[in-house]
Design a protein around this ligand. Structure first.
Ligand code: CAA
Length: 284
């Protein structure tokens, strides 16, 4: 059975509720935080009237909630999602429309968006509806990207007289190549979930009867059940593939692999295999 088939079967069996909330959720105005399964933080963008357009306050809440979950030792992985209608319809156009070049440049506008790609723990984006402009750029920073059949993805900034500024041109070019990235960035065309899957932009389209958030939570729970040191190393080294040459990347991978032999989890994992039992991770 493939991993995808397994994940879908498990998701059908273990359906987390989306509205499960903890005291954390009260602390953010534009974001809901819940714990749908042990070790999993579910962070839901919650600015529905503006289709989750990302203004400064909204983005600050998203970054803070993710950072808080990243720092929380009881969390092993995070899921980032929006509403059924919109993951996020982009940066807030009304907020930025009167910005001058000097203001944008002096404040290094959007530089703080990179905070998501710097988290140590895995982030899974579960996208339904619109993921446009900065919304898609936010999703592209996630480590795993799942979409529902309703997802519509694109970089329509060209229609506003600008270009993507939250990493879209660079991340898309690495993911789907020059020609397709040029088409999206220069025409502003919005693509469907199926096309995004065909282009290799997303892991997969999750059928409605399973639910993209449920599938993402299930993957996060599976990851949260592993040794955290190895998960962090795996995330770091895969991300390094986008920055390093092949020779440097292979060397980095091997060195991190070597370093894991200094962990208790490596001893436990391999001993448990030999003793035919489930490993008990100490995350050290
Ligand atoms: N910024 C601010 N407000 C937005 C918004 C955005 N990006 N997207 C939607 N909204 C607001 C609308 O203004 C509207 O508010 P009001 O009810 O107060 O008028 C509300 O959300 C609902 O939107 P619509 O009435 O337009 O809904 P629709 O179903 O007719 O259309 C849509 C949906 C196609 C997504 C359309 O809203 C749209 O085109 N939005 C803009 C998409 C866009 O251009 N995104 C890129 C932004 S620039 C960027 O992100 C730069 C970057 O690289 C970081």
């Amino acid at each position: 059975m493939s991993f995808a088939t397994h994940a879908i079967r498990v998701a059908r069996l273990a359906r987390p509720t989306r509205n499960f909330s903890t005291s954390l959720s009260a602390r953010y105005e534009n974001v809901l935080v819940s714990r749908p399964q042990p070790g999993v933080a579910l962070i839901t963008l919650n600015r529905p009237k503006a289709l989750n357009a990302l203004n400064a306050a909204h983005f600050k809440d998203i970054a803070s909630a993710l950072k808080e979950a990243d720092d929380d030792t009881s969390v092993g992985a995070m899921v980032l999602t929006g509403s059924d209608r919109a993951f996020a319809a982009g940066a807030d156009i009304k907020e930025m429309k009167d910005k001058s070049f000097a203001e944008a440049y002096a404040s290094n506008f959007l530089a703080n968006w990179e905070v998501i790609s710097k988290l140590n723990k895995p982030v899974i984006a579960a996208v339904s509806g619109y993921a446009l402009g900065g919304g898609l750029e936010l999703a592209l920073q996630a480590d795993i990207l799942l979409v529902s059949p309703s997802a519509q993805l694109g970089q329509p900034e060209i229609n506003l007289g600008v270009i993507p500024g939250g990493g879209g041109t660079q991340r898309l070019a690495r993911l789907i190549g020059k020609s397709r990235t040029m088409e999206l960035v220069l025409t502003g065309r919005i693509i469907s979930a199926d096309e995004a899957e065909k282009w290799g932009l997303v892991s997969r389209v999750v059928p409605e009867d399973i639910g993209v958030v449920n599938a993402a939570v299930q993957i996060a729970a599976t990851i949260a059940d592993k040794g955290r040191v190895a998960v962090a190393a795996g995330k770091e080294v895969v991300n390094a593939a986008f920055e390093l040459s092949l020779a440097e990347g292979l060397r980095f991978e091997r060195r991190l692999f070597h370093s894991l032999f200094a962990t208790k989890d490596q001893k436990e994992g391999m001993t448990a295999f030999a003793e035919k039992r489930k490993p008990e991770w100490s995350h050290s």
